[in-house]
Ligand binder design. Structure first.
Ligand code: NAP
Ligand code: MG
Length: 487
C-alpha cells in the first residue's frame, strides 16, 4: 500500500513522492512445505497456516505446520546427515559450503530484502541496508572459521555437538537464522531450525538457496509451525543443543525443559536497554541515536534503547530536538524507500503495544506521539514517548517491543548507573558523552552484555552479542559464538 503523496507533508513542509521498491523480481509460491532431508515435504497432518503481510493484512502464502511427527522426521534427518557425512566432511569443505551460501545470498539480496519487508513489516531501507548484508556477512565470517577452530580454542581440540535445534523470533527473521545456522555448520553440527510463525518466508527462501548450494541433504532442515513445534524440538531426546532467541517467558520454559538433560543451551532473551545521554554529548548525534535505538524497525529490537536517561541540565533541549525529529519520521508502506517506520509485525503485537501505551497514561506518565498520517489498513504505531516517568512505571520496567520510549532524567553518574541497572534485564545499553574516560567508567559499571558508545544498534559478525540476568546466557557472534556449538 502506498500512502498518497499529498499526505506525506510534514511540519517542516517537505513532501516526498512515493518511492516503492519493485516486487516484480521476487518469486513466491502460494504454499510452502517443510524442508527436511534436502527436500520440500508435506506435513504429516496436512495442516497449513497463513503468513500475512502486516502492512495490508493480505495473505502472502500458506505455510506448513510441523507436528511432532514432522519434528521427529527433521531431527532424524539431521542425525543421519551428521553421522553419515557431515561429521566426516573436512573442515575446509564445510567452509566452502558456507562461502557459497554467503555469495548466493549476496546475489539474491534484493529478493530477500523485499520478502523480509513484506512478511515482517520492516522498512525496505532496514532489510536492504542492514539485515540482508549482515546475513551474508555472518556466513562469510563463520565460513572463515570452519578450518581454523583449533586457533579459536588454544590447546584444546574442539569437536561438534551433533544436532542443534534452533528457534528464532520474528524481529530479524533471516538475520537470526544466519546467526544460528552459520556457526553451527562451521563447527560441524547439523541443524533443525524453526522460524517464527509470522515471519517464515525468508527462512524458507533460504532453504531453497541451500538446496541449490549443494549442501548435503539433511545438514540444514527448516520446519515451520507455532510454539508447539518449537516445544517439540526442545523436548526431542536426540537433539544435542538448543539455541533459542525469543522472549524471556519462553526462555524460562526452555530452561526448565532442558534442565537435567545433556542438551547444551544458549538463550538470547528480552531486554529493556538504557540509553544514557550526558550533558557533554554531541546532542544532535545523540538524538539521531535515540531515534535509531527505539523507532527504526518499529522498536522490534531486543536491544532497543527503550529507556532514555537524559542529564537534567540538557533535558529540555534534548526533548525538543527529539520531538522535532519525530515529526519528520515517515510511518507507512515498508516497501517505500522513504519509510522510516514500517508496520507492526502482527495484530497481537500491536495490541500489546497499545495496551502498554494505555498503561503508561493510566500510571500518570505524559504521552507524546508524532502527528504523521498512517495507512488505514495494516498494523501501525506512531513514534511515541513518555515523560514524567518513574522507575516503578510498567512502561519503564517491562519490554514493550514497539516504538515507545520512556524518558527519565538524572543528575550524577552514580544516580544513572543505579537507575539503568535497576532492571531484571541486561542485554544492551548506550552511553553518549564527549569524554572517553566517562564512557569507559560508565560502561564498566553497567550490567549489560553489549554497550554502545556514541552510537546505537550497530552489529558486526565479529563482535559477540548476548545478555546478563534475564536477558539470557551464552554469546552469539565473533569467536565466542563458536563456543556454543563445540565441546
Ligand atoms: P517468543 O514468543 O518467545 O517466540 C520465539 C520463538 O519461539 C518463536 O519461533 C516461537 O514460535 C517459539 N516458541 C513459542 N513458544 C515456544 C515454546 N513453548 N517452546 C519452544 N519454542 C516456542 O518471542 P517473539 O515474540 O517471537 O520475539 C520477541 C522476543 O524475542 C522479545 O522478547 C525479544 O527481546 C526477544 N529477542 C531477543 C534477541 C536476543 O538476541 N537477545 C533477539 C531478538 C529478539 P511462534 O512464533 O510460532 O510463537
Ligand atoms: Mg508475515
Amino acid at each position: 500500500m502506498i500512502v498518497k503523496t499529498k499526505e506525506l507533508k510534514f511540519s517542516k513542509g517537505w513532501v516526498y513522492a512515493p518511492a516503492p521498491e519493485s516486487k516484480e523480481h521476487i518469486q513466491l509460491k502460494s504454499r510452502y512445505e517443510l524442508f527436511i532431508g534436502g527436500k520440500f515435504v508435506t506435513p504429516v497432518n496436512g495442516k497449513y497456516f497463513d503468513t500475512i503481510n502486516p502492512s495490508n493484512e493480505e495473505k502472502i502464502a500458506g505455510i506448513a505446520e510441523a507436528s511432532i511427527e514432522d519434528v521427529n522426521r527433521a531431527v532424524t534427518s539431521a542425525r543421519t546427515a551428521y553421522e553419515k557425512y557431515w561429521k566426516m566432511t573436512p573442515a575446509k569443505e564445510r567452509g566452502k559450503y558456507l562461502f557459497r551460501i554467503a555469495r548466493m545470498i549476496q546475489e539474491r539480496a534484493r529478493e530477500f530484502a523485499v520478502i523480509e519487508s513484506m512478511d515482517g513489516g520492516k522498512p525496505i531501507r532496514e532489510s536492504r541496508d542492514v539485515d540482508i548484508p549482515l546475513v551474508a556477512a555472518h556466513f562469510f565470517y563463520y565460513a572463515g572459521w570452519a578450518d581454523k577452530l583449533e586457533y579459536a580454542f588454544s590447546n584444546r581440540k574442539p569437536r561438534p555437538l551433533g544436532v542443534a535445534g534452533q528457534i528464532i523470533p520474528w524481529n530479524f527473521p533471516l538475520l537470526m537464522a544466519a546467526w544460528k545456522i552459520a556457526p553451527a555448520l562451521a563447527c560441524g553440527n547439523t541443524v533443525v531450525l524453526k522460524p517464527a510463525e509470522t515471519t517464515p518466508l525468508t527462512a524458507l527462501k533460504l532453504a531453497e538457496l541451500i538446496q541449490e548450494s549443494g549442501l548435503p541433504d539433511g545438514v540444514v532442515n527448516i520446519i515451520t509451525g507455532a510454539g508447539t513445534t518449537g516445544a517439540a524440538l526442545v523436548n526431542h531426546p536426540d537433539v544435542d543443543k538448543i539455541a533459542f532467541t525469543g522472549s524471556t517467558d519462553v526462555g524460562k520454559i526452555i530452561q526448565k525443559a532442558t534442565a537435567g538433560t545433556n542438551k547444551k543451551v544458549t538463550l538470547e532473551l528480552g531486554g529493556k536497554a538504557a540509553n544514557i545521554i550526558f550533558d557533554d554529548a554531541p546532542i544532535d548525534q545523540a538524538v539521531e541515536g535515540i531515534v535509531n535505538g527505539i523507532y527504526f524497525n518499529q522498536g522490534h529490537v531486543c536491544c532497543a534503547g527503550s529507556r532514555l536517561f537524559v542529564q537534567e541540565n540538557i533535558y529540555n533541549t534534548v526533548l525538543q530536538k527529539l520531538k522535532d525529529r519525530m515529526e519528520t519520521l515517515i510511518v507507512g508502506d515498508p516497501l517505500d524507500k522513504n519509510t522510516d517506520i514500517g508496520a507492526i509485525n502482527s495484530k497481537p503485537q500491536l495490541e500489546k503495544i497499545n495496551y502498554f501505551i494505555e498503561e503508561g497514561k493510566k500510571e500518570g506518565a505524559d504521552m507524546y506521539q508524532s502527528s504523521c498520517p498512517v495507512p488505514e489498513k495494516g498494523y501501525w504505531c506512531r513514534p511515541t514517548l513518555f515523560t514524567n516517568v518513574s522507575q516503578s512505571h510498567r512502561i519503564a520496567k517491562e519490554e514493550i517491543f514497539g516504538p515507545v520510549l520512556a524518558i527519565q532524567t538524572f543528575r550524577t553518574v552514580d544516580e544513572v548507573i543505579e537507575k539503568a541497572n535497576n532492571t531484571p534485564y541486561g542485554l544492551s545499553a548506550g552511553v553518549w558523552s564527549d569524554k572517553g574516560s566517562k564512557v569507559f567508567d560508565v560502561g564498566k559499571k553497567l550490567r549489560a552484555g553489549v554497550i554502545w558508545a556514541n552510537t546505537f544498534n550497530k552489529f558486526d559478525p565479529s563482535s559477540p552479542f548476548g545478555g546478563y540476568k534475564e536477558s539470557g546466557f551464552g554469546r552469539e557472534g565473533g569467536v565466542y559464538g563458536l563456543e556454543g556449538y563445540c565441546k
